[in-house]
Ligand binder design. Structure first.
Ligand SMILES: Cc1cc2nc3c(=O)[nH]c(=O)nc-3n(C[C@H](O)[C@H](O)[C@H](O)COP(=O)(O)OP(=O)(O)OC[C@H]3O[C@@H](n4cnc5c(N)ncnc54)[C@H](O)[C@@H]3O)c2cc1C
Length: 464
């Protein structure tokens, strides 16, 4: 360990207690990593990266003291929630101190359809507390049981619920965020409404989020439904129509090409061999109508269970969004993935990909609210203005060249890809507000100490 870090570790131990600072062993390794290993490209780039120390503050004041000490020592600071991010987002590229915010986990209030929580609060705890008060999270990742609300805002995008409410960027889902700056005397910066948007999905480069306010949706009692049909197109037509039905309040619409369902070991006995499957979380009051409508289209409902309150496993969400990739890699480590947004002619795009890469790409689709201008209303009446087809297709990985060829081919036919094989913010997706993100970074992190290297185009980066 460099001498300056050794001195810093001693300082940090003095500030928050020896037990809350880790400077060696397996825990140091584990807390330096996330799920970047989904990508063979990132595995090569990030396997040897790790922090010099992990600090686990329990209060905002302890967090402030840690940041001030790291700033004095000019040591990089990498915020961390539960470490479930996929692109090495919280893997330190230049060592330094990982600040694990998991102890900053108080749910401060749930009132008037808004949750106010510390950034390390787990989404699973928030969802359970919200449901007890007649509310639910508008959107959450499939890792909702474990991941933190701060990690979701800084590293995620959307997921369960996004079919109705869009992602974190959409509408007024985010009420406010409070960031701690990385300066000699760290300040709290509270950003509300549209002003909070530049702080989202910035991989911890624009301040440490310490407190969050997120708007909630009225609680709905859901059924978990799985449908199966002998043909992809038959199931696709019905699933797409179901996703667009404003009179069916829902939280999830996913479809998987065979053999993806065969990877879902715990559900295998319910699933029909050689058939694609669709997973829906649907208002229980509409579930009978959905099953009937599917039967009329020649589609079977092969699994139906109420979602408990609070939700308890088995959860069909555990097989959707980027959990699908996890099941696939577990079944066959040669799989990796893409994050795709398809256009209005998504059927044509699927056909073009199948023609060009037969058997190499397996379709996993997720439907979401198509834009951020959503009508607001009671749960039963709430419907997005439009619906978009996206997803997380699986790719049988052979080489980086071939993967890049697939990425290029997607671009050529108008399939948008948020590239999951890079840990650089700008290369991983669309950032129409990147100038505002840079300006916020310049204000909150003038020395460029926060997660250095991740915001590639930030002009101040002393580590590159
Ligand atoms: C199986 C699987 C399924 C997934 N499904 C989804 C999905 O459906 N939707 C989705 O959007 N994502 C998904 N993800 C990615 C990830 O789980 C989510 O984005 C999750 O919300 C991240 O939360 P976390 O607490 O684990 O954050 P971490 O991984 O700890 O951090 C994510 C990023 O945010 C930064 N960060 C964390 N906390 C703070 C803070 N308080 N202040 C500033 N920066 C901070 C970190 O530095 C890092 O850059 C999935 C990942 C896996 C492995």
């Amino acid at each position: 360990m460099p001498i300056k870090t050794e001195a810093l570790v001693a300082t940090l131990r003095g500030l928050i207690g020896t037990g809350n600072v880790i400077a060696d062993g397996e825990a140091l390794e584990t807390l330096s990593k996330d799920y970047y290993w989904y990508s063979p490209v990132l595995r090569r780039q990030l396997d040897d990266k790790r922090a010099d120390a992990i600090a686990r503050p329990g209060t905002v004041e302890e967090t402030r003291a840690i940041i001030a000490a790291c700033h004095r020592a000019r040591v990089p600071v990498v915020p961390r929630g539960a470490g479930t991010g996929n692109y090495g987002q919280c893997v330190p590229l230049h060592g330094g101190v990982v600040v694990d915010l998991g102890r900053l986990d108080r749910i401060l209030s749930i009132a008037d359809g808004v949750v106010r929580a510390e950034a390390g609060a787990r989404l699973g705890s928030i969802e359970a507390a919200a449901r007890a008060e007649g509310w639910e999270l508008r959107c959450m990742p499939s890792t909702w049981v474990k991941s933190t609300i701060g990690g979701f805002f800084c590293g995620g995008s959307g997921g369960i619920g996004s079919i109705t409410w869009g992602g974190i960027n959409a509408g007024d889902n985010v009420k406010s965020v409070t960031l701690m700056s990385c300066e000699e005397s760290p300040r709290l910066i509270r950003l509300e409404g549209a002003d909070a948007l530049p702080a989202l999905h910035t991989y911890g480069t624009t301040g440490l989020m310490v407190e969050i306010e997120m708007r909630l949706a009225p609680r709905v009692a859901y059924d978990q439904l799985v449908f199966s049909a002998p043909g992809w197109d038959r199931l696709l037509d019905w699933t797409d129509a179901a996703a667009r039905r404003a009179d069916w309040p829902k939280r999830l619409v996913s479809q998987f090409e065979w053999p993806i369902p065969s990877f879902f070991k715990p559900l295998r006995r319910h699933l029909r061999p050689d058939e694609p499957a669709s997973f829906l979380l649907l208002d229980r009051e509409k579930a009978d109508a959905a099953v009937l409508s599917a039967a009329e289209a020649g589609i079977g409902c092969v699994y139906r269970r109420p979602l408990g309150d609070p939700p308890q496993p088995p959860l069909i969400t555990d097989f959707t969004w980027n959990h699908t990739t996890l099941w696939a890699i577990t079944a066959d480590p040669a799989f990796t993935y893409l994050q795709a947004g398809f256009g209005p002619d998504f059927r044509g795009q699927f056909a073009a990909l199948a023609r060009r890469f037969p058997g190499e790409i397996l379709l996993h689709l997720e439907w979401t609210a198509g834009n951020s201008k959503m009508t607001r209303g009671a749960a039963a009446g709430h419907a997005p203005d439009s619906v978009a087809v996206g997803g997380i297709p699986l790719v049988r990985f052979t080489s980086e060249d071939r993967l890049n060829e697939i990425l290029r081919a997607c671009g050529e036919i108008g399939v948008f890809i948020a590239n999951p094989h890079t840990c650089h913010l700008e290369d991983g997706g669309r950032h129409p507000n990147i100038a505002e993100k840079r300006a916020l970074k310049a204000e909150a992190d003038p020395l460029g100490l926060l997660n250095p290297g991740k915001m590639r185009t930030h002009p101040v980066n002393p580590f590159q």
